[in-house]
Design a protein around this ligand. Structure first.
Ligand SMILES: *[C@@H]1O[C@H](CO)[C@@H](O)[C@H](O)[C@H]1NC(C)=O
Length: 220
């Protein structure tokens, strides 16, 4: 190969390693993520633990009810690749959702994953909103769910879960990414660091700047 061809091949190899940001299909049985590079091979953006060193506990995690003593009355306990290294490259994760009475998981999106939720205990009012239509309004799809009910929130769409029952509620969500990410909409808009300019937000939400300052104070 000429030197220029070598550069092109090297560049494409580099570009494709950056481009595999979506959860890839696994090329092996498993690729347990590991921090110690000495016992690792490098695959798909994370080090994989040497399979000879992998143990059952790499695929195991125990979770308990989350603490709902907070202003939202809810707790999300995630089990992503950051908590369970055996999930690496497998394109799936889980979260346990706990709710006190009237507890809310406020509108948020998962930029990288579809979520499928089942109610284990209690009654939840849940919903998601579509992306902007060509004309007309974003549609809300919402429903009250009881124990045993299942609901799906398509990838990237804003959604919420609210406990409308008399007692606590518990739900389990599977999410189609090892690292689905979460963008809580109010925090992203009114609580960013540094803040988005008041002028931008006042115009975007069609309110005065004092209202924006008030909202920002709630999320600072
Ligand atoms: C739950 O969180 C509250 C507020 O942070 C704290 O006071 C309380 O001790 C926590 N409860 C448990 C069981 O950890």
């Amino acid at each position: 190969m000429t030197r220029i061809a070598c550069f092109i091949v090297a560049f494409l190899a580099l570009a494709s390693s950056f481009a595999s940001a979506y959860d890839p299909s696994p090329l092996q049985d498993f690729c347990v993520a590991v921090d110690d590079a000495k016992s690792a091979v490098f695959v798909n953006g994370k080090f994989c633990k040497d399979p000879k060193l992998v143990v059952a506990d790499d695929f195991f995690k125990h979770i308990e009810a989350g603490n709902t003593s907070n202003i939202f009355g809810s707790a999300v306990t995630p089990v992503t690749v950051n908590e369970l290294f055996g999930l690496n490259t497998l394109g799936i994760s889980l979260a346990r959702l706990d709710f006190a009475p009237k507890g809310l998981i406020p509108p948020h999106t998962h930029p990288r994953g579809t979520e499928i939720l089942t109610v284990i205990e209690g009654t939840l009012y849940v919903g998601f909103v579509t992306s902007n239509p060509a004309n007309g309004k974003n549609r809300l799809f919402a429903k009250v769910l009881n124990k045993g009910d299942v609901f799906v929130f398509p990838i990237g769409l804003p959604h919420f879960q609210f406990n409308v029952g008399y007692g606590n509620a518990v739900a389990i969500s599977g999410i189609s990414s090892q690292n689905p990410g979460v963008i809580t909409i109010a925090n992203a808009v009114f609580g960013s660091n540094p803040p988005i300019s008041d002028e931008v937000l006042a115009k975007a939400f069609q309110v005065d700047k004092n209202t924006i300052k008030y909202l920002e104070k709630q999320f600072s």
